[in-house]
Write a protein that binds this ligand. Structure first.
Ligand code: SF4
Ligand code: SF4
Length: 263
């Protein structure tokens, strides 16, 4: 099909208009690469605009809380946003519990091949796990543990290294004791499609029984909040939002205490 020509925006070569409309360039490799960059820049710009708009929506939703906190504290609070996802809880299933315990048993078989005194220092969690900043607890609680959804496919992130860390911290710990520890902490209801330990009150495992990553992972928004809170040590308003808008608002004061409030 012949038709009018247009000019390639990158090299100026004549190109049929219908081809330009589809590809945006003449087809030469250098022009294809240049067009790729243009498309990527446009996408970045759209993402930035989307993020700005989302920030503005969050700020508008929590404006009354920001004013209340400012009036009470005498200073403008920091506003931090985190994700939000309420797990859908389903009654515990014996099969799911058994599959998890079988996973841990297999890990133990591999882990216990290494003698306790030969477990490498890298598994010393006390030495490697940094203390969490104050904002983490309120932020993750307000979020309701969105990242724990990944604990389903990852078996609560329990790996051979997790077992070695427990053994290093508690000399004499047996495979049976470890399995019993997990079995004793299954919640009555677990997140459907999420971690088996994500129950009605959040994670049912005590902090020291969780995989290391559960105690140290920060999503991007949480990382940003931690950084900003470190630079502005006043009150913090945490807005947990999903696609439908802000769902939970928490206020944290400088002594680290916090409460959920009505927006
Ligand atoms: S790390 Fe992020 S996604 Fe995970 S619970 Fe905390 S705020 Fe939510
Ligand atoms: S063990 Fe707890 S913190 Fe870790 S993924 Fe499961 S529910 Fe989340």
């Amino acid at each position: 099909m012949n038709g009018p020509d247009g000019a390639c925006p990158h090299c100026g070569a004549a190109v049929p208009v219908h081809r330009l409309a589809v590809a945006g360039h003449c087809g030469a490799p250098l022009c294809a690469a240049a067009q790729g960059r243009v498309v990527a820049e446009r996408a970045t710009e759209q993402n930035r605009a989307g993020a700005e708009a989302a920030r503005a929506r969050v700020a508008a939703a929590v404006a009354p809380v920001m004013r209340r906190v400012e009036d009470a504290a005498g200073e403008v609070p920091l506003l931090g946003a985190v994700p939000h996802r309420v797990p859908v809880l389903v009654p515990a299933e014996e099969g799911r519990r058994a599959a998890f315990l079988a996973h841990v048993a297999r890990l133990c078989d591999a882990a216990f091949e290494v003698a306790e005194e030969e477990i490498a220092p890298v598994y010393d969690r006390a030495a490697h796990e940094p203390e969490e900043p104050d904002a983490v607890g309120p932020a993750c609680a307000s979020c309701r543990g969105r990242c724990c959804i990944r604990g389903y496919g990852q078996n609560a992130f329990v790996k051979v290294g997790t077992i070695q860390a427990f053994r290093r911290a508690e000399p004499g710990l047996t495979k049976e004791a470890l399995l019993a520890r997990y079995a004793a902490h299954f919640p009555e209801e677990s997140s459907a499609g999420g971690c088996i330990f994500q129950g009605p009150m959040g994670c049912s495992l005590p902090r020291g029984y969780r995989a290391g990553i559960c105690n140290t992972f920060h999503c991007e928004l949480l990382d940003a909040l931690i950084e900003e809170a470190a630079e502005a040590p006043g009150p913090v308003v945490v807005a947990a939002a999903d696609e439908a808008g802000v769902q939970v608002v928490s206020v944290m004061v400088p002594d680290g205490s916090w409460e959920e409030v009505e927006p």
